[in-house]
Design a protein around this ligand. Structure first.
Ligand code: ATP
Ligand code: AMO
Length: 466
């Protein structure tokens, strides 16, 4: 038999068929000298393989060898699919394999720093196991991150990073179909791009430089160069001092910039169509992975509308006020009020995904265009999932004199961004865009509680390895 079957594809339909699989020996168990069970895992899916001593097919030594395999060793198994009369507990697949041949392709060391079975349990399963007096090691976040390669092997993590891959895939496919051009802006830059101090400074052959805290300036310059509509999927560096559940020092930015013909709502239209398309796709095409994540970290599917709700900042402030939360109408929302507003919006409009627009100008970056009708506000927006920000966006100032004025008002040293400012002196179309954080999109779509779960090798103020 030469064709390989994936463990995730082993279903009742394959009953009595011969199959060949490759996976990891997750657990092994001997029953007397004539029988052993090996649970084999591949990409987060598991199946029970039964090794029974049979004359001319499986020797007793083979049974012993199977029972003695070290956990996480890689095995090839050849056998016949069978359907047991009772439901199988503890594996994702509801069939077994009656083994005729078993080869160990690569042996793992006998004891590992993380037991994948223990690391795959939900909080509820851990509590039940402990109550039942089971021996079990609770695997904390730091241990998981220290031994990330092993941690990746849980079904939940296999799901998370396959979902993440699809988020990027849909982001790219959708924008390409809307005539956007994919660009790659430099990550080594001369000055801060967002204002503020959260940059990693470095020495660039004797010149002061920093790691880009956003592709902001260069994506706008691409618009000045007549690319019309651009996007980028790339690393973003922020020297965050805060150790929170949603801030990383390096994350993946999903950035968009586009000419606008009349109004900044054209940018919000793209956000609306893009993200509704993405969520529909994830629900339809990634259900296996969403289930795997939900088994370990239970969550409710995201509630969103076919046409995304757009709420004015002022209306948000009013809703909070009516709920007894006093906030400065020209200030920013803090984490708590963002959460509260998320709840109020869900109750009133039945959605956990919405756009809040026309933010006060004072709380937005220098490049943000003020509202024509009331310059205390701006043509800007944030987008929320489950009460937490995933996107910031806005129309930009494209008039160079005004841009200089705004940069100075925000305390920015204009000399560090002079080539950016000059780009607008050669004639620039009205434009706008937005930036989303990939790790936040996945974290919040899956209702996860920490951004480190959706970053492959997270970088935060306390961690730069592995
Ligand atoms: P960014 O603006 O860099 O995209 P963000 O919008 O998620 O990230 P900030 O703008 O830094 O976060 O802050 C948004 C709000 O989150 C702030 O108004 C602040 O109240 C809150 N916040 C930021 N950092 C922390 C922190 N370490 N602890 C608690 N709240 C924080
Ligand atoms: P902003 O600073 O709001 O806007 O960032 C855009 C999005 O990036 C994500 N994000 C983060 N994710 C993880 N860790 C962090 N430390 C972090 N900081 C931000 C969030 C956020 O919504 N140039 C503008 C975008 C634009 O206007 O086009 C910008 O960078 O999901």
């Amino acid at each position: 038999l030469k064709a390989w079957t994936q463990v995730g594809d082993l279903t009742h339909e394959l009953k009595e068929k011969e199959v060949l699989i490759r996976g990891r020996a997750q657990t092994t168990r001997a029953v007397g000298k004539n029988m052993a069970f090996v649970v084999v895992r591949e990409k987060g899916f598991t199946v029970q393989c039964v090794v029974t001593a049979r004359p001319d097919v499986v020797s007793k030594q083979m049974v012993k060898f199977a029972a003695g395999l070290s956990r996480e060793s890689i095995v090839d198994i050849h056998g016949v699919v069978s359907v047991p009369s009772i439901a199988i507990k503890g594996t994702t697949q509801q069939v077994e394999i009656q083994v005729s041949k078993l080869y160990c392709v690569d042996k793992a060391m006998p004891t590992l720093p993380i037991n994948i079975e223990d690391a795959s349990r939900s909080e509820k399963e851990i509590e039940e196991a402990l109550e039942a007096g089971e021996q079990l090691v609770r695997v904390n976040q730091d241990t998981r991150l220290n031994y990330r390669v092993l941690d990746f092997r849980t079904s939940a993590n296999q799901g998370i990073f396959r979902i993440q891959c699809q988020v990027c895939n849909i982001f790219r496919q959708f924008l390409l179909s809307e005539d956007f051009v994919e660009i790659h802006t430099p990550k080594l830059i001369a000055g801060s791009s967002e204002g503020g101090s959260a940059v990693f400074k470095l020495d660039y052959k004797g010149q002061a430089a920093c790691l880009a805290q956003s592709p902001q300036l260069h994506k706008q310059m691409a618009i000045c160069g007549d690319f019309g509509r651009v996007f980028e999927i790339g690393p973003v560096f922020r020297a965050e001092d805060s150790y929170t559940h949603r801030h990383l020092c390096e994350f993946t930015g999903l950035d968009v910039e586009m000419e606008i013909k009349q109004h900044y709502t054209e940018v919000m239209d793209i956000v609306d169509h893009l993200f509704v398309t993405m969520f529909d796709h994830l629900n339809k095409k990634c259900s296996k992975y969403l289930e795997a994540v939900g088994r370990q970290y239970p969550f409710e599917p995201l509630k969103y509308l076919p046409k995304t709700l757009r709420l004015r900042f002022e209306e948000g402030v009013q809703m909070l006020k009516e709920a007894g939360v006093e906030i400065d109408p020209y200030g920013d929302l803090n984490t708590e009020s963002e959460r509260k507003l998320g709840q109020l919006v869900l109750e009133k409009y039945g959605t956990e995904f919405y756009i809040l627009h026309r933010y006060p100008l004072a709380v937005r970056p220098f490049y943000t265009m003020p509202c024509y009708d009331d310059p205390k506000y701006s043509n800007s927006f944030d987008v929320f999932i489950r009460g937490e920000e995933i996107i910031s966006g806005a129309q930009r100032v494209h008039v160079p004199e005004f841009l200089v004025e705004r940069a100075q008002a925000c305390g920015i040293d204009v000399s560090t961004i002079s080539t950016y400012i000059d780009s607008f002196r050669y004639g620039a179309p009205p434009h706008g865009g937005f930036g989303a954080g990939l790790e936040r999109v996945v974290m919040l779509f899956c209702g996860l509680n920490n951004i480190r779960k959706t970053s492959l090798f997270p970088r935060d103020p306390l961690r730069i390895a592995p």
